[in-house]
Design a protein. Structure first.
Length: 417
């Protein structure tokens, strides 16, 4: 069961990194559809039953670097969303930190975002994910634009010539704070980090100073740059709908399509995750059932041997007035404790094996960059259920020996050697 839960969680994490099991992307003019991102479209989507929140957003890619050590970075997509969307992010949706204030120049990290160690060599660089990174310990800068890592600062290139002509920098570094980091409960999942509208408008002003714009690089279906209507108002070009329950995803998407919108979602993936999870659970549950049956047979044999060795004791109990119920309860409690002890020992062994396997998986880098490196997942409820079920199996297995003990004749029991 622990292995099935771990595999199921990893499948969900993988899909979450691409947008989540509860989100539906509306195809707008910016991504191959015909929907305009305006108040009319947003209002229409909000009225559909099952829709939790409608998220208009504008995205760009940027680096977040440590102020005192640029060999570490936090990469990923950054999205600006309306303040009313940020207001819906509650404290239980955060791993750490607090909600963003509308006037703060802060970034709220996505649930799948991870820090990386930058390794430069031979004019290039690579990034290695850092698992145990203390985000709250450092100060950060947001790098708007792009720095040419192959530029050694000595050799003159065509880019240097272009920069001299334009007299504009390729990038600008801005001081920024991290508001916190979202967790799996947030309705915005994956590699996406958030900023508020006020901060985005400040970035727009800095972006105009660069040789090559980092923002507003959106094109229509004909490949022409999209002209932005207002400098003061942010023209959102993407729409995402978040549903309250993954089980409602398919139904809500059908309603959205009936309303005239083109959509894209992980509804198919959600169904596959459910089917795969069910198959794995049934297979491993079957193996676990065989193990419980073997354990029950072992308890029955142990209790029968105990009754055989304690026949005189049973005879004495009957002579001094012990009732059939008393004798039955004594042996049922004894067999229940055997099951309980076996369940606790099994849980400890499972936790130890799970810890070793998860550690090996984390060190191997097989799941590098994912939210969780756990292949074996043992939540508290599974531990309690496992120990409780073991105790119940012990009690049930002890019923036959206990019944046999109650049927022993007191005289024959006293004569036994």
């Amino acid at each position: 069961m622990a292995f099935a839960l771990g595999i199921n969680q990893k499948q969900k994490d993988m899909i979450d990194s691409f947008g989540g099991l509860t989100s539906i992307t509306i195809l707008t003019e910016n991504n191959g559809g015909s929907t305009k991102v305006d108040e009319a479209s947003i209002s229409k989507l909000e009225q559909i039953k099952g829709v939790k929140v409608v998220v208009p957003y504008k995205s760009f890619y940027s680096q977040i670097l440590l102020k005192d050590d640029e060999s570490y970075s936090i990469d990923g997509e950054i999205q600006v969303v309306p303040d009313k969307v940020i207001d819906k992010i509650t404290s239980d949706m955060l791993d750490w930190g607090s909600k963003m204030n509308k006037s703060e120049d802060k970034i709220l990290l996505g649930s799948q975002v991870k820090a990386s160690k930058i390794k430069r060599s031979n004019g290039g660089y690579s990034e290695e994910p850092v698992n145990d990174f203390d985000y709250q310990k450092h100060k950060y800068i947001l790098r708007l634009g792009w720095r040419d890592e192959s530029d050694d600062g000595v050799n003159f290139t065509s880019k240097d010539e272009q920069n001299n002509e334009d007299n504009k920098p390729q990038f600008v570094d801005l001081a920024v704070e991290l508001a916190g980091k979202m967790n799996a409960k947030s309705f915005i999942t994956g590699w996406t980090s958030l900023i508020n509208e006020n901060f985005y408008k400040k970035l727009q002003k800095e972006d105009k100073k660069l040789a090559n714009s980092q923002l507003n690089q959106n094109f229509d279906n004909q490949g022409k740059p999209i002209e932005h209507k207002s400098r003061d108002k942010i023209d959102y070009d993407n729409l995402k709908v978040v549903v309250g329950d993954v089980d409602d995803l398919k139904n809500v998407e059908e309603q959205i399509r009936k309303a005239g919108f083109q959509t894209q979602s992980e509804a198919g993936s959600a169904e596959e995750v459910k089917k795969t999870s069910l198959v794995i659970t049934l297979i491993l549950g079957g193996i676990g059932s065989v193990a419980f049956i073997v354990s029950a047979i072992g308890i029955i044999n142990t209790m029968l041997m105990s009754i055989y060795e304690r026949q005189k004791e049973i005879g004495v109990m009957k002579v001094i007035g012990a009732s059939i119920g008393d004798i039955r309860s004594m042996f049922l409690i004894e067999s229940g404790f055997i099951g309980l002890f076996g369940g606790i020992v099994g849980l400890i062994i499972s936790l130890a094996i799970g810890l070793v396997i998860n550690k090996l998986a984390a060190n191997s880098g097989i799941f590098a960059g994912e939210a969780s490196n756990k292949i074996i997942l043992i939540p508290i409820w599974l531990a309690i259920v496992g120990v409780g079920f073991s105790s119940m199996v012990g009690v049930l297995a002890g019923y036959i020996p206990a019944r046999r003990a109650t049927k022993l004749s007191a005289i024959e029991a006293l004569r036994a050697n």
